[in-house]
Design a protein around this ligand. Structure first.
Ligand code: GDP
Length: 374
């Protein structure tokens, strides 16, 4: 019954009730034991130094850039130490990019937009890095940008670098890592940086604090006019783009554009003196993408002329210094061995009304300061 002689097996007889035996898969040569050993040996031998990382990044070596970003994202002390040295050395090569924040509710078309706009930007000769801040990825385990099928064209574009959101830690922690990653990407020669975030929570504020231009993607006629986008987020936007302006949707998109333009008139003037623009586009059909890029460039000429560009960058640098201090102090406090031992007891005392919250906090802080002196 089996034509293939070589494949004749009693187990393959129709009457046989046990498991079938199939022909095995031939071992490719590359997986022979020697080559695995050689690979492991090389890997051990080749531990990159800080200078190896910096040189690799400066040469635009993506593998080394990715490894450095992994160090930035790591919470291990030894990784952080190397990461900070790499960042320090890259700092003088950074800053020469346009940093653009892109936000909008899930489904608005952010990744489609990034794919179309990204391809347009690289076709103009730019080098684009796409980063993300996704505070939900820790909870849902499904990071935005994590899905490999997204941005199919951009992900194989040699002038684009896509990095999913770091998933561990608080929003502040994740954001700091992204900010440090920007520095590495800039040192690697990426002159346009996109930072994507889901427009539903606090992450926009944090993205706003690290970008030069903030773009809000919206939909037309989705019932709720503001689509759950808080007014505060609209106020932060330097441009609003109504996406999916294609097919039957073009008229509705144009109407929505007028509505948003009217709404923006009621907002207080922006610090930059720039009047936020409202545009329409179809990320899918690649319509209106050039106008958005033009708007971003108009904005840049405006803020470069007024000096607001540098002013905002300086403010952001100060903000991140304080954020980092706050973050580090807090984690240092909670990781202190003595504090770890005492926290539970003090919590109990507060709950048992033996101590007021303030006295408990003061005692714990005193203990912490004391432990820092020795
Ligand atoms: P995200 O969740 O904001 O990243 O949205 P996606 O980019 O994944 O897009 C959500 C859906 O909208 C997908 O099915 C896209 O194909 C579709 N979409 C995105 N942009 C457009 C557009 O410009 N026009 C139309 N008709 N559909 C679009």
């Amino acid at each position: 019954m089996m034509a293939d002689k070589e494949h004749q097996h009693i187990e393959n007889d129709e009457a046989y009730k046990g498991l079938n035996v199939n022909r095995g898969i031939e071992q490719p040569e590359i997986f022979d034991e020697n080559s695995i050993q050689r690979f492991l040996k090389n890997k051990k031998k080749h531990k990159l130094t800080v200078d190896d990382y910096v040189n690799g990044i400066r040469e635009g070596n993506r593998t080394i850039l990715s490894k450095a970003v992994t160090l930035v994202e790591s919470s291990k002390v030894e990784h952080q130490q190397i990461a900070q040295q790499i960042i320090m050395k890259c700092l003088s090569y950074s800053g020469k990019s346009i940093r653009i924040g892109i936000t909008g509710v899930p489904g608005v078309g952010k990744s489609t937009f990034i794919e179309s706009t990204g391809k347009y930007i690289t076709s103009l000769g730019h080098k684009l890095a796409v980063l993300a801040i996704d505070p939900s990825s820790e909870r849902s385990k499904g990071s935005i940008l994590g899905d490999k099928t997204r941005m199919e064209e951009l992900s194989v574009d040699p002038n684009a670098y896509i990095r999913p959101s770091p998933s561990a830690g608080s929003l502040g922690g994740v954001a700091r890592k992204t900010r440090e990653t920007i520095i590495l990407c800039e040192a690697a020669g990426f002159d346009v940086i996109f930072i994507e975030t889901v427009g539903v929570g606090q992450s926009e504020t944090v993205v706003h604090s690290m970008v030069d231009f903030f773009l809000l993607l919206m939909l037309s006629g989705a019932g709720d006019e503001l689509q759950g986008i808080k007014r505060g987020i609209m106020e932060m936007a330097d441009a609003i783009t109504i996406n999916k302006a294609d097919g039957d949707n073009v008229d509705r998109a144009n109407m929505a554009r007028v509505q948003y333009m009217n709404a923006l008139h009621l907002f207080p003037p922006t610090d930059s003196g720039w009047k936020p623009k409202v545009l329409t586009c179809s990320a899918y059909k690649k319509i209106g993408i050039d106008q958005i890029w033009q708007t971003i460039n108009d904005y840049l000429s405006h803020v470069n002329q007024t000096g607001f560009f540098q002013f905002k960058r300086n403010e952001q640098a100060k903000f991140w210094m304080y954020e980092t201090i706050n973050d580090q102090l807090k984690s240092n406090f909670y990781q202190n061995q003595k504090i770890k031992e005492l926290l539970g007891t003090f919590e109990g005392k507060v709950l048992g009304e033996e101590l007021s919250s303030f006295v408990a906090a003061k005692d714990l802080l005193d203990t912490y300061y004391q432990s820092q002196k020795v």
